[in-house]
Design a binder for this molecule. Structure first.
Ligand code: HPA
Length: 273
């Protein structure tokens, strides 16, 4: 067993969550809905990457939401930090070893749709990875040939669609295109992404979805829209230029709505068991 798995089992004291949440930039407040939280900094977990992005805490928070046990990875590392698309592999392997079955990923993203303004929440239905990067490059086994036809779990998406209808939250759905970052896209790249069929762009999540599928974890992912894609608007904190400050400022707005959806998901999950 990996030392990080052993340490987490010890610190969780019998808590056995089956659902994990991965929080993106500026979405850290979702941990506030966790009851009786146990907090374990990534630095206490051997092999867990320590991200250096402001707005990312870097800790595991475990507890319960609506009576259901949950484990949160508050803070992730991105490809652009060290150039490693598999940076989240060890944490996801540890989650699987702990008995996690489903992973809810969240991120901040730029919108490519005029009718999906900043503050919106988009459930990811599919993705485009034209980055040339893949976290499974170098994986020696034939398991690396992972099918991605239904990467974003159909059943989970149906459940969230129903919840959105019942909670009066407008839930967009669309295709997320991964760009490596850390520089934002150019207006030409945004026009190209729109032509390719993307509805949102961002710098995370796709490697983790590929890793989840590789590890046999069900997953679903949500984008909180913090801005329109480059060149689509002249508004914004930086007077038309995109910035991480804008991402951090805007993420909590959609994050609040996403938090309500996730809380309702746990309430329903509790009713099912
Ligand atoms: N592009 C890439 N990543 C992002 C954006 C964006 O416009 N907004 C928030 N994260």
């Amino acid at each position: 067993m990996k030392p990080a798995t052993e340490e987490l089992i010890r610190r969780l004291g019998g808590l056995m969550p089956q659902t994990a949440l991965v929080l993106g930039s500026g979405l850290g407040s979702l941990v506030e809905s966790v009851v009786m939280p146990v907090r374990v900094p990534y630095r206490d977990l051997p092999g867990f990457p320590e991200g250096g992005v402001s707005g990312h805490a870097g800790e595991v928070v475990a507890g319960s939401i609506a009576g259901m046990p949950v484990l949160i990875l508050s803070g992730r590392v991105h490809y652009y930090e060290k150039g490693d698309p598999a940076a989240m592999r060890l944490p996801l392997e540890v989650l699987r070893a702990l008995g996690i079955k489903q992973v809810i990923l969240t991120n901040a993203a730029g919108s490519l749709q005029e009718d999906m303004p900043p503050g919106s929440v988009m459930m990811i239905s599919d993705h485009i990875n034209w980055s040339g990067m893949n976290p499974l490059i170098g994986e020696p086994s034939d398991k690396r040939f992972v099918g991605m036809t239904s990467a974003y779990d159909h059943d989970l998406r149906t459940r969230f669609r129903t919840i959105a209808g019942q909670t009066d939250v407008k839930l967009h759905e669309g295709v997320y295109m991964w760009f490596s970052g850390p520089s934002f896209e150019t207006p030409a790249e945004i026009r190209a992404a729109r032509q390719l069929g993307a509805d949102a762009v961002g710098m995370s999540t796709v490697p983790e979805v590929i890793l989840c599928r590789f590890l046999g974890l069900d997953c679903i992912a949500f984008s909180v829209v913090t801005n329109y894609g480059a060149g689509m608007s002249v508004q914004g904190v930086g007077g038309g230029e995109l910035s991480h400050a804008e991402t951090k400022e805007m993420a909590p707005r959609g994050g609040e709505m996403l938090g309500r959806l996730i809380a309702a998901f746990f309430e329903k999950q509790a009713a099912r068991t």
